[in-house]
Ligand binder design. Structure first.
Ligand SMILES: Nc1ncnc2c1ncn2[C@@H]1O[C@H](COP(=O)(O)OP(=O)(O)O)[C@@H](O)[C@H]1O
Ligand SMILES: [Mg+2]
Length: 306
């Protein structure tokens, strides 16, 4: 399958300590790639490297390349019926989207047409980083809802980051919430503070917010780590369905969850990455031990009939 993102000999050091070591990996254009590994093995640092978030947090040295094989999303992308994230299973209640492509110019860095001419994200100027982080979106371990209403959690970034026209905000809001199976739960309290939602609802709101910005790739760092069993099940089901339409890289704290979600699994150990055959984790002693420790901790929901 063609790559959407190619990581080449990526190493990351903080204060001269290398925590990601010479990783090369292709993220395909579809499906869910899951990263597992012990705490401190470098999973989050690696994930953050894929949209250059590490440098926002503390000084770090990055060597190697992260090549993006699609254009950066700079301007507002008008609604259209074939929007991949919105064509999927979670939006059973979906209504036809309006199309008015002529009204909104699409402006992208056409730095590539395919894999021949990808963008090395570490060569991008700072002015392109907002577009990079829109193209490669991220959802964090703890739901980081904005301290505003449920509605404004979606519409603020849509207006400010994606420059969505005022007239489309309501429709976008509803679509995003339906996509993440939240609409029915919140439609009568859109003006309530987002912080009044349960943990699972907040995480689904964060997912809706990220998807509303039309990412080409979504990064999720232990998205269910702070959730109870029921909310974990809901988010896992949602990710399985959304993963059919938006490629994802998911860090998981549990190998059982990884096996339930993943199209491919990689194991992090002390900053290095190893591919894992889904049913062959027992061949790696460290991985087998990790699996034994985590399998009792996470209850994964059964595969939904998609
Ligand atoms: N901003 C940072 N500054 C210094 N060290 C960091 C920073 N972020 C992560 N590290 C270190 O890098 C190592 C890997 O961390 P992390 O990527 O968070 O691992 P994981 O997500 O697998 O638990 C840890 O030793 C951690 O202390
Ligand atoms: Mg982590």
């Amino acid at each position: 399958m063609p790559a959407l993102l190619s990581v080449r000999h990526l190493s990351i050091s903080f204060h001269e300590r290398t925590v990601v070591k010479d990783i090369s990996l292709d993220i395909p254009k579809s499906g869910i790639t899951v990263l597992v590994g012990r705490s401190g093995s470098g999973k989050t640092t690696f994930l953050r490297a894929l949209n250059r978030l590490n440098e926002e947090l503390s000084p770090c040295e990055v060597r190697g390349q992260v090549l993006l094989h699609c254009p950066l999303t700079h301007a507002y992308q008008p609604l259209h019926g074939s929007e991949p994230a919105l064509a999927g299973k979670p939006i059973q209640e979906k209504e036809p989207a309006h199309v008015n492509k002529a009204e909104h110019a699409k402006e992208s860095i056409q730095a590539d047409t395919a894999t021949q001419n990808p963008v090395d994200i570490y060569q991008l100027p700072p002015s392109s980083l907002p577009a990079l982080r829109r193209t490669v979106g991220m959802v964090f371990q703890n739901p980081n809802v904005l301290p505003v209403s449920i509605k404004r959690n979606i519409t603020l970034p849509l207006a400010l980051v994606a420059h969505c026209p005022q007239g489309e905000l309501e429709q976008r809001l509803e679509q995003a919430l339906r996509t993440c199976a939240l609409w029915a739960e919140v439609q009568d309290r859109l003006h309530a503070p987002a912080s009044s939602l349960s943990g699972g609802q907040q995480q689904r709101l964060c997912l809706a917010r990220a998807l509303a910005l039309q990412p080409r790739l979504l990064l999720l760092d232990e998205p269910t780590a702070s959730l109870d069993v029921f909310a974990t099940q809901q988010v896992e089901e949602l990710l399985r369905a959304l993963g059919q339409h938006v490629p994802m890289v998911v860090v998981s704290h549990s190998l059982a969850q990884a096996r339930a979600l993943a199209d491919r699994i990689f194991f992090f150990s002390e900053g290095s990455l190893f591919p894992v055959e889904k049913d062959d984790y027992a061949s790696n002693a460290e991985l087998a031990a990790l699996f034994r420790e985590t399998e009792q901790q996470t209850i994964c929901s059964p595969q939904p009939a998609l």
